[in-house]
Ligand binder design. Sequence first.
Ligand code: IPM
Ligand code: MG
Length: 355
Amino acid sequence: MKKIIVIPGDGIGQEITKSAVEVLKKVDEKFNIGLEFETRDAGGTSYEKFGTPLTDEALDACKKADGVLFGAVGGKKWDSLPVHLRPEKAIFGLRKGLGLFANLRPTKVYPELINSSPLKPELVGGSDLLIVRELVGGIYFGKRCESEINAQGDEQAWDTEIYSVPEIERITKLAFETAKLRRGKVTSVDKANVLAASRLWRKVVVDVAKDFPEVELNHLYVDNAAMQLVLNPKQFDVIVTNNIFGDILSDEAAVIGGSIGLMPSASIGELTSLYEPIHGSAPDIAGKDIANPMGTILSAAMLLRYSLKEEAAAQTIEAAIDKTLADGWRTADIFTEGFKKIGTAQATEIICKNL
Ligand code: IPM
Ligand code: MG
């Protein structure tokens, strides 16, 4: 049996993970993978039940799982809680606790949705890139100070961008190995003209690259990379970058394809890996059967691909989504005149039928 821990989380997380589990069960019937599901809470939902955004029990269950399927966390209701009780804390607890060091965020441009892209169709058509973001280091986890009084008597706060050689090596190797299976190009993004941690980053990337002579490597400063993403996204295959630059660039890259609702992600770890859509918990539309479940369903496909090595099953899901879009079915977030509007449940039903 393959155990999958499902963490619906908050807001639309509940509906979209339910859809993805339905699809996974259907796929399991076809491919006999032997999937077994267990649910755990995280985020605001966990705080309401247990007084903490992530329990040790939930984290332990994830550690023992073959894969974790995650919805989304967060909501206005919990925004005023102290930092250590906020829903986002669950995300960091899972990332650190499971050692999820690499976040893979692919951007695919669906021909059917190309007109929803904010960029000109001729610019985005055919672009296919993957951001490999370092996820458990850098300024997100460096030493910080929320408030102190400086020598001038003014209040100040600070964070630290810090990377060790092994941390950079680990993420870089994964990026190069991934590029080998794609178009063989890695773009490393840093701010080596200003930051010491970026200069070390670049040095280590150059060293690691020596073991991958078949992969082409170039370097961009993050400001230029942000510009190049909208000027000419087709130049990119794999982008490898640190935690904060990856956070920013992956949101930018996610909309190139036309809808953030369709973008999956994989967070690869030492103990297990976690799969979640890029979008958030969207509390304003939660429980209304209008959320797009496709990002989560495509995340489930990544789980099959990377954690369970079930490539054929993963492709079956991706093809079912392609067909659903090609047949003109659209959830509200990607709906335009002339197409057929559907809700979460109906989209799930159609995708299951298309498997
Ligand atoms: C993401 C999100 C998180 C991050 C937030 C919710 C803490 O933006 O997964 O990209 O910054 O990593
Ligand atoms: Mg982000």
